[in-house]
Structure formats: C-alpha cells, structure tokens
Design a protein around this ligand. Structure first.
Ligand code: NAD
Ligand code: USQ
Length: 410
C-alpha cells in the first residue's frame, strides 16, 4: 500500500477541537479533502488573545464563516462548526458527542504559547484552568457518552525538557530496572520522566497523566503526539484559495522561532537569538503535521492497548545554526539578545521518531525552497507587520530582561 498517496482507508466522522488555530485549520481542511466528515469545535479564544495582545496574524486570516463557505465552494465539502468553550461547557460538549457520534476527536484546543503562559499570575492561571479542564472535560465526556471514540491529542516535545542522559528520547515509555527491597532486579516500563520548562509545558505533562488514568480505568483509546516546533504556514489545501490562508504568528508571545527568524529577515528586523543560541529543539513542517494526524487516525490503538505515544518531529536544530542559515539565505543581520526564558543555554537533543516513519511518513526537511516560500509570504504581507510586537517581552522570572534588540530604525 502506498501510504504517501491520498488514500482514504475508511471515511470517518472527525471532530477537530481547536480547528480554527494554526495547526487545527490546515488539519481540518486536509482531513476534509481526504473525504472524512469534519466538524470543528473552537471558542475562538486565540482570536480574542490577539485582541488582548493587540497583535495579529501576519497573514489576513478570514472569519470562521468565510473560511467554511470558501472551503465548501472550493472543495464541495461542508464542515460543521460549534463555538463552545471546552473548559467550561461540559454539558454542551456531551450533547454534541451524543448528536454527532464521532469516530475520532483530534484535540488541539489548548493555550499553546509558553511566553503567554509566563506573562503574569493571571496568564499562568488561565493556561492551567483552560488546558487541564479542556482535556479533562473531553476525556470525561468520551467516557460519559459511552461511544468508542479514538482521541488524538497534540502534546509537545517540551514535556521532557529537551535534555537526555546521552540517549535518544524514546516514544513515550522508558525501560527501567529497579532493585526491590529483597534485592531482586525487576524490569519495568514507565512514562519517560517529565521536566517542563514553562507553565504551558507543565499543563501538557498533566495531560499525560489524565490520559494514562482514563486509558487504565475506562479503556479509552488515546494517541498522544509529542510534537516539535511547527514551522511554515501554508499546506496544499490552504493554498487553494487566498481566503483559506493559515495564521502566521510573529509576535513575541506566539511567534515560534523559525517562522520569527524568517519573518524578521523578510521585513529587515534583526534576527533575535535568545542568549548564545546554543538551545537545540525539534522541528516539523506544517505539511507534515497534517500528514501525521492523518497517519495517527489511520493507525488507532486497540481498545485494551495502553496510550500510544508518537514523537511528532522530523529533525533537530540548534537555534544559532537556524539564525545563520536564515541570515545566509536572506542577508538578515543576527542580534544576540538577552534570553527572557529560564532554559539551558546549550543542550543536545536526540529524538526517536521511528513510529511515524514506520507508518509511512516521508519527512519534509528544512530545505531552501520551503524557507524561501515562508520568506515570500512574510514579504507579501510585511505591510501588516507591527514591529513593536516583535520583541519577546515575557520573562520567566522578575529578574530577567526582555529579548529586545537594538533597532536602528523602526
Ligand atoms: P493555536 O492557538 O493556533 O490553536 C489552538 C486553538 O484552540 C485556537 O483556535 C483556540 O481558539 C482553540 N481553543 C483554545 N482553548 C479552547 C477552549 N477552551 N475551547 C475551545 N477552543 C479552544 O495553537 P496551535 O499552534 O494550532 O497548536 C495546537 C496544538 O498543538 C496545541 O495544543 C499545542 O500545544 C500543540 N503544539 C503546537 C506547536 C506549534 O509549534 N504551534 C508545536 C507542538 C505542539
Ligand atoms: N527563541 C529565540 N528567539 C526567538 C524566539 C525563540 O532564540 O525570537 C528560542 C527560545 O528561547 C527557545 C527556542 O527558540 O529556546 C524555541 O522557542 P519557540 O517559541 O519557537 O518554541 P516553544 O516556546 O518551545 O513553543 C513552541 C510552541 C508550543 C510547542 C513547542 C514544541 O509554541 O506550542 O509545544 O514549540 S517544543 O519546543 O518541542 O516543546
């Protein structure tokens, strides 16, 4: 079987939680384009956070009503939409599950920015309340509904803190040997130990325990995808019409590192490396994100099987190497700024991703063509950029300095 083709194993009804977001929107389109029936649930909180921060996607994302109408015109496929808050509206969620009877739920609906989660006590509390309640409500409602629904959740590589004891980070589980009180040596498999570096990442470690519990107690079928930093913006489907365009975050809270570097270089702003840039992180292109979700849906765990954990990343890079690559490609100037985060100045990172490769993922790696494509999008919409929103101002402790470069002209 050629897994790289757009081959539909079986048509499913899929609810995408957080389907208005950066990963959720292109995933919804991709699943719909494959022929699945897709229903989006989103409370549009990410758009409200844009209002709060007075920052906007660099690309002109359309309101949900327009997005859905254009997709229907372009593809002939209808997608459903419910605006509910998953952290607050449990009964409404349960009613939707009873009415829609989905086969699969894909769960993207969490506050996903580490800097936003560290801005203030209010933001810490919002992130914990939102993320943990949303995840727990989804699990509780699946169990309550009595339906056999496969839950696919987006977790993060950052649950592990990016450091290892000189070994590849395995896919979820670690083989250990313990010595019992009577001196016997016993082999066990445990969840790989967590070491979160922000309140946001901490909520993802809590999600893992919720999954472990509901899987053990209620046999829920769960796949947890530990995703690296997503880069790029458009996918095959979002490119079909400009009104389907995906969001492109570049601001100091929501912009992630590679997209920020490409955007900064494209608009003539210094490339902001935090500290020495010795941090190594895992990356995945947005086109591979949507493909991985398709593969996770096509390969569900069995009813009695433990939580399936995949590392959803294709490559690792040191931040300073990325800055140099972008600088060489664009002529952009690099600025080494104060690191607003509390994180290791340098780390090595080796990650296993055998599961997705074995299921048919053909990784898109960081090549110049794709970097160029992101640069071109950033240039095309550069008139929408607000330079005052670029610096990373959220600090992990009160003593730290924000990451503001010297900018000659604004
Ligand atoms: P995003 O903020 O763009 O999208 C999340 C969506 O969920 C938003 O549309 C938001 O309105 C919605 N949402 C949040 N809380 C909700 C609630 N209580 N009820 C209903 N809807 C709610 O984020 P994203 O970049 O698309 O990330 C999606 C998921 O993938 C997140 O869980 C994130 O942790 C994970 N992830 C993202 C990246 C990345 O680089 N973007 C990397 C690894 C993992
Ligand atoms: N960084 C810079 N300069 C910048 C921005 C970031 O040097 O202008 C550095 C940061 O200090 C950090 C690294 O780049 O060392 C990554 O930062 P990021 O903002 O790109 O990524 P992060 O905060 O880890 O979060 C993002 C997503 C999150 C997801 C996570 C995956 O926002 O939802 O869970 O990537 S992972 O990093 O694998 O944990």
């Amino acid at each position: 079987m050629n897994l790289e083709s757009n081959h539909l194993q079986s048509k499913k009804k899929i609810i995408v939680l957080g389907g208005d977001g950066f990963c959720g929107w292109p995933t919804s389109l991709h699943l719909s384009n494959l022929g699945h029936e897709v229903i989006i649930i989103d409370n549009l909180s990410r758009r409200n956070i844009d209002n709060e921060l007075e920052a906007e996607s660099l690309t002109p994302i359309q309101p949900m009503g327009t997005r859905l109408k254009v997709w229907e015109d372009v593809s002939g496929q209808k997608m459903g939409f419910y605006n509910i808050d998953l952290a607050e509206e449990y009964e409404h969620l349960l009613e939707i599950l009873h009415n829609e009877q989905p086969d699969v739920i894909v769960h993207f609906a969490e506050q996903r920015s580490a800097p936003y989660s560290m801005k203030s006590p209010k933001h810490k509390r919002y992130t914990v309340n939102n993320n943990i309640n949303a995840t727990h409500n989804v699990l509780c409602a699946i169990e309550d509904s009595g339906l056999d629904i496969h839950l696919v959740h987006l977790g993060t590589m950052g649950v592990y803190g990016y450091g290892t004891a000189g070994m590849e980070i395995p896919e979820g589980y670690l083989d250990i040997e313990v010595t019992t009180d009577s001196g016997e040596r016993v082999q066990q498999q445990i969840l790989y130990p967590t070491n979160p570096g922000s309140i946001y990442h901490m909520t993802k470690t809590q999600d893992q325990l919720l999954f472990h519990y509901y899987n053990k107690n209620d046999n829920l079928r769960i796949t947890d995808l530990h995703q690296g930093i997503v880069w790029g913006t458009n996918t095959i489907e979002t490119n079909m019409d400009e009104r389907l365009i995906n969001r492109f975050d570049y601001d100091g809270d929501y912009g992630t590192v590679l997209n920020r570097f490409l955007m900064q270089a494209a608009v003539g702003y210094p490339i902001t490396v935090h500290g020495t840039g010795g941090q190594t992180r895992a990356f995945i292109h947005i086109q591979d994100t949507v493909r991985c979700i398709e593969l996770a849906i096509d390969n569900p765990p069995a009813r009695e099987e433990r939580v399936m954990i995949f590392n959803q990343m294709t490559e690792t890079h040191r931040i300073n190497d990325l800055a140099k690559l972008v600088s060489e490609l664009t002529g952009g100037e690099i600025a080494y700024v104060s690191n607003p985060r509390k994180e290791a100045a340098e780390n090595d990172l080796h990650v296993k991703n055998d599961l997705f490769l074995s299921k048919g993922l053909n990784p898109t790696t960081l090549d110049n063509g794709l970097l160029q494509e992101v640069t071109e999008i950033a240039q095309k919409y550069s008139h929408r950029a607000d330079y005052s929103k670029i610096p990373a101002k959220s600090t992990w402790t009160k003593e730290q300095e924000p990451g503001i470069p010297d900018v000659k002209k604004e």
